[in-house]
Design a protein around this ligand. Structure first.
Ligand code: SF4
Length: 292
């Protein structure tokens, strides 16, 4: 049975796939070159126009500007500013490598309300080896220092694997000491480069242990994302949507089943989603959908 793709409250927009990191789990297998077919500034501005609230329709979603590395787009501040002018709230998920005080202050002024920074291990050795780049740990800590200097609120994200599942307490302590507002644990989805990490996905039993541990954490709010057995379950296509670097609509970044393209609808997001159905069905998720 065809299930409608619900208009999202949150839209993760991969404005570019270009990225200087080489993360082992990257669903996009992103690399540091200019990708073909990415939306131009003008095309992005049309998408932003279409996201704005309209009478009788669902309100504009909050946009998570993501990638790839969203800051590798030189026009990012222009896009965020255009979104703000249309009443669209913005947050951003940079890897940290391109953060400077000036650039972050410019993006804050444009309308970015908060950032997330990923820390996948509590020290340089564990984080750098997961991110595939030596010095990544120092870079993300420097980016966080920038965020603190310019007054940009931030949360810490961590991808949970067998590599760090017994070190989440250390990651929590680090997030607290760095001044994060929240710790968001992303449970590994084995897509893209992450396919090779399948043996590192935590077991169901370990997932339950982590969910119980999360409840005991008092120092900082902790949330589970992409943990279908967790409290929020899977929001793909049911409150959450993903727009790819080439304008493809997906339920989330991990389910590479395009449900339409803004390129085929005059860069109108609302028109694109109006004809889309959700391949996950009523209650499915990436873990139980075939042909991922
Ligand atoms: S299908 Fe659901 S649980 Fe899986 S990656 Fe997408 S949003 Fe997360």
């Amino acid at each position: 049975m065809q299930v409608n793709f619900r208009f999202p409250r949150v839209l993760a927009w991969e404005v570019t796939r270009r990225c200087p990191m080489k993360c082992r789990h990257c669903r996009a297998a992103a690399a540091d070159f200019a990708y073909d077919g990415e939306l131009t500034t003008g095309e992005c501005l049309k998408v932003i126009d279409s996201l704005a609230s309209r009478a009788g329709e669902p309100p504009a979603p909050m946009v998570i500007w993501t990638g790839g590395e969203p800051m590798s787009r030189p026009d990012l501040a222009e896009l965020v500013r255009a979104a703000k002018a249309r009443g669209i709230r913005s947050v951003m998920a940079p890897c940290g490598a391109l953060v400077t005080d000036e650039r972050l202050a410019e993006l804050k002024d444009a309308g970015i309300m908060a950032c997330s920074f990923s820390i996948d291990g509590p020290d340089a050795e564990s984080h750098d080896s997961f991110r595939g780049v030596q010095g990544a740990f120092e870079k993300v800590k420097a980016a966080i220092s920038s965020a603190r200097r310019v007054g940009m609120p931030f949360q810490v994200n961590a991808t949970v694997t067998k590599l760090n599942s017994r070190r989440l307490g250390e990651i929590r302590d680090l997030a607290v000491s760095l001044g994060a507002s929240k710790l968001d644990l992303f449970f590994l989805v084995t897509v893209g480069r992450g396919k090779a990490l399948a043996p590192l996905a935590v077991s169901d039993e370990e997932t339950q242990r982590i969910l119980a541990w999360m409840k005991s954490v008092k120092e900082i709010p902790v949330k589970a994302t992409c943990c279908p057995s967790g409290p929020t379950g899977c929001l793909g296509g049911r409150g959450f949507a993903f727009l790819s670097h080439t304008g493809a609509l997906q339920t989330c970044g991990f389910v590479e089943k395009p449900c339409g393209s803004v390129k085929e609808h005059g860069f109108d997001f609302r028109a694109t989603i109006a004809t889309a159905s959700n391949p996950l069905g009523e209650s499915g998720n990436c873990r139980n959908v075939a042909a991922m």
